[in-house]
Structures are given as C-alpha cells and as structure tokens.
Ligand binder design. Structure first.
Ligand code: IFG
Length: 526
C-alpha cells in the first residue's frame, strides 16, 4: 500500500524527524521488567545501569574447574554483535575489579546448575554452583543485553547496557531436553549444532538424538559398516539421507558439552528397524533383507528376537556407542513394536537392558518398556500411555515427561500449519505452555519425574527452516516448564515475555511461526 504525503506535510515530517525516538527499544533500568525466559527464581532491581564496552574484562578465579571454558564461550558469544574481543583474565590479585567476574559459589543451596547474578554500575558477578551454573548465569546476562546482541554483524552505535540488581536462580528439573529425529530426515553436523545453540540459549541441557529408524541408520558402527553404507543412504521421500561418522558424532558431543548439554543417543529397537534389517539379511527372521523404506508408516518392522546374532549385533552397537557417549544414559527406544510377538517383546527389552548395563550405561526407553523387568535406575519416557508411566513408577523407575499432545514439536499449531502432523493434537503456543509435568498424569508427581523433553519428529521436516518453524516459538515455553517453578508460571506473564522475544528471535535469524495466539511486541524491524 503506497502512502503519499502532501509537500507541506513532507517538509513538516522531515523537520520533526530527528526528534522522533530511534527504533532502538527503550533501555530499562528496572531489572524486574526484563523479559527473561525461563523466568528466574528471584529478581531484585537496584535501578542503575551497567554498561559493557570494548575494555570490559571477563575475570575468572584460577581455581574454578571449567570456568575458563565458560568465559571464552561468553567472550565469543558477545563478539559478533559488539565487535569486541573481551579479554579473559585471572581475578587473582586484582583488587579493583570492574567488568564481568565468573566464579564458582560456595553457596550449596544454589545446586550445581544454580547461579547468583549480581549487577552493579561497575561489575557483573556470576557466582554459579559449578561451571554449569555460571553458564546459565551467562545466558541470563545475554538476555539482559539488548536484543541486538544476537546479531551476527557489528551493531554500530549500540549501547550495551543492562539494568542493575540481583538474580538468584536454579532449575526445578535436572533433565531439560529436546529430541531431534535425524532418521526420518537427516540433518548435518552444522544443522544439529544450530539446534544445540537454540537449546543452550534457553538453559536446556539434553539433546536426545533419534539416530535410527525404518528410514535410516545415522551413526557409523565400525563392526557393522553396512548400517550406514547401506542403511544411511536414504530418508523419507527418497532423498539422499546421510549419517554421522563417529568422529562427527564426537564433534557434536563436544560442541554440546561446551554448552552444558548432554547428548543422549537413541537406537530404537526392536521395532523401527527397517534400515538395519535392509542392511543385514541375517538380522531378519527369514534371512532376507527388505528394501530401504522411504515412507512414513510405523510398526511394520522388528529385529528377530529369537536369533543369537541379534544380541551380538546389539552388543556391538551398544558397546561402540557407549564408548563415544559421555553421561549415564543410552536410549533403546522400544516404541511401536507392533511386528514383534508380544511374548517376545519383554524378554527382548530385558536382554537389551542387560546389554546397556554391561556397557556401563543406564537404559532409557519409551513408555512401552515399562512392561519389562526394569532395573534400578532405568528411566521411562512417557509419550502416549499414562498406564505404562504409572507401571514404571510402581517398578521404581523414574520418568521423563514427553506427552505427545503437549510436547511433540512435530504437531501442527493448527489445521493451517504448512508442515507437521496432528494425530496427537494441534499444539498452539498456549497449549504447549499451559501444562505441568508434575500434575498432568494423576498419580504421577514431582518425585517420580527427572525432567521434561519436547520431541521434534521429522517425517514432515526437511530443512532448517522447517525445524525453526515448528521449534519456535514453542521451545522457550518448554524450557520454562523444565526450569521455572510452576508457582512462577502463568500465561499472562509468559506471553508478555515471549512477545518481547520476537526481536531477539529475529536477531538470531530464526524463522519462527508468528502465532496469532501471541500479542507480538512491535519489533524494531517492522
Ligand atoms: N510416534 C512414533 C515416532 C513418530 C511420531 C510422530 C514415538 C515414541 C509418532 N513413536 O513417538 O516414531 O512417528 O509424531
């Protein structure tokens, strides 16, 4: 639409133009008005301003394990938009500190992932329960800076100021995860790294990689090379597929670890195994390998549970994966094994649980695995069957809450969404936010749950634009559900903070779905 101004009006407009406020959002000096996601446990304002500039130093105390790594991560994070290369130096012997101080706190009540962020006119101090807590304090500092801090090019003339005060914060759940299905459609190392960056920005600490399914096997197993050489060669729709070499997988594990994120690999068995069955005839009960599969049906494949070679295969896969996976968990799937005889399924899961344990790991399985003889410490992931979840609790297992009708990122927002499914529900932004893992299933409480995980299945997701469209703006809400106390959570407060994140997501280059359910703040770029 073309708006034409009369000549007189044009002259008047040009005369007052310099008096008009720049489109830079106003700098608030009230810390309690900041739009932080996840909502911190406590925020106290002191009404001043700290201004970061090119000479701001990041100080670390030498004795802190991993603090240096967080300091260089923070310096690198702040560099593109500011053009600064903030120097990291020891705080030892420095009396007059002015800058950003990172240290491990001796306040045990913070917990490993908690932090206290104290901001005065001359100093920002992040005292964390460990390097992780310091990292999360750094993410809060990042969100307190103007949205332009997320830009990938230097923002000339921008003042990097943050309001002064104190934030004391710690997470409710220790497991704050997101799953990326790289089997239905394959996503390369750089795409997975960008997904990891999304999680880090919102204090999430688990990336569950769904590495195998009917349509593809995505992780190199040296003792069974055809799994990727053959089983990794396609994907839903017949595209070229792909896979991670073990070196690439280790690169992703390291990239995630620098961001306090644990990678949990999933090898889904006995169902969802067409790619493996197509690669090795011996794994099939009839000794014949099926064709590679590029459709989206589920429940038609099964390993041959009464063949010895199947367990030799699983032992090799688990051994090789355990060797390159830090942390206590391996996920063995166990979902939708409709082609496995029911009398064979439980003994199979029990055997796989033993193999996982033999390689020093703890099993996670989808909720169907609750029917097995769960060992102490085994974890069950609720996705669709509350009875199985309750069965798991009765057997002493702990739960990861991923109810498909609330936490599946591949669900359409509504019937107009350009991609996604809706077998579980349409999940608009408020639907994804307005639930509590500790109360959603009667009989399951806070003490039964280690955390929450949202899941992005990729039947309809082909590229990063699709990932961003379904992941944002719902991911920040899941991060808040896992981090913030439910007593602090309500849609009115969250919607205001999320709407202010529009310009931050734009600065991050995220192609998010502009949900009509959110009164989006007018971003500077309109
Ligand atoms: N359920 C299947 C997934 C995927 C999903 C798509 C689980 C545990 C439907 N299993 O969710 O493989 O097809 O929404």
């Amino acid at each position: 639409m073309q708006i034409r101004l009369s000549p007189l009006l044009s002259i008047t407009f040009l005369a007052i133009l310099p008096l008009m406020p720049s489109c830079e959002p106003p700098v608030t000096t009230d810390l309690t008005k900041s739009t932080l996601i996840p909502q911190p446990a406590s925020v106290t304002a002191s009404g001043g301003t700290f201004v970061m500039n090119a000479d701001t130093k990041i100080y670390v105390s030498d004795s802190d394990e991993g603090t240096d790594a967080v300091a260089s991560y923070l310096s690198q994070l702040l560099s593109p938009a500011t053009g600064y290369a903030l120097e990291v130096s020891s705080s030892e012997g420095v009396n007059e500190l002015s800058g950003i101080l990172l240290e491990v706190s001796d306040d045990a009540t913070l917990g490993k992932e908690g932090y206290e962020l104290t901001i005065t006119e001359g100093m920002v101090k992040i005292a964390g329960g460990s390097a992780a807590g310091i990292f999360y304090g750094a993410q809060t500092l990042r969100q307190l800076l103007p949205d332009a801090i997320e830009a990938s090019v230097t923002q000339e003339g921008q003042t990097w100021s943050i309001p002064t005060g104190t934030i004391r914060d710690m997470p409710v759940y220790g497991y704050r995860g997101a799953m990326l299905d790289v089997a239905r459609h394959f996503f390369d190392v750089n795409e997975v790294k960008r997904f990891i960056d999304f999680l880090a920005a919102y204090k999430m600490n688990v990336l569950h990689l769904h590495l195998s399914d009917d349509q593809g096997w995505r992780i190199e197993i040296k003792s069974w090379p055809l799994l990727t050489e053959h089983g990794g060669q396609t994907e839903v729709g017949g595209g070229k597929g792909g896979f991670y070499t073990q070196e690439q997988y280790k690169e992703l594990v390291a990239y995630a670890a620098e961001r306090q994120i644990l990678v949990i690999p999933e090898i889904d068995v006995p169902g969802h195994t067409n790619a493996a069955l197509a690669s090795y005839p011996a794994l099939n009960c009839d000794g014949r390998a099926p064709e590679l599969y590029t459709g989206t049906e589920v429940g038609f494949s099964t390993l041959c549970t009464d063949k010895k070679v199947t367990y030799e295969f699983l032992n090799d896969v688990v051994r090789e994966l355990a060797e390159i996976t830090p942390g206590p968990y391996l996920h063995i799937g166990g979902d939708e094994s409709h082609a496995t005889k029911s009398e064979d399924y439980l003994p199979f899961v029990n055997q796989v649980q033993g193999i996982v344990k033999a390689h020093g790991k703890t099993m996670i399985g989808w909720d169907e695995t609750a029917q097995a003889d769960l060992s102490e410490g085994s974890v069950v992931q609720l996705w669709h069957n509350a009875d199985f979840a309750k069965m798991a609790v009765q057997k002493g297992a702990k739960l990861i809450m991923s109810p498909a009708n609330k936490a599946y990122l591949d669900m359409q927002y509504d019937s107009t969404s350009r991609i996604g499914l809706h077998w579980a529900a349409y999940i608009e932004v408020p639907d994804g936010y307005n639930w509590d893992p500790a109360t959603i299933v009667p009989g399951i409480g806070r003490e039964d749950i280690i955390g929450m995980e949202c899941a992005l299945w990729s039947e309809t997701v082909t590229d990063m634009a699709d990932i961003e469209y379904l992941t944002f703006p719902r991911l920040p809400g899941y991060a808040e559900i896992a981090w913030s106390a439910s007593s602090l959570r309500n849609w009115e407060s969250y919607e205001k903070r999320l709407s202010a994140h529009a310009s931050r997501m734009e600065s991050m280059g995220i192609g998010f779905y502009r949900s009509p359910k959110v009164a989006w703040a007018a971003s500077g770029k309109e």
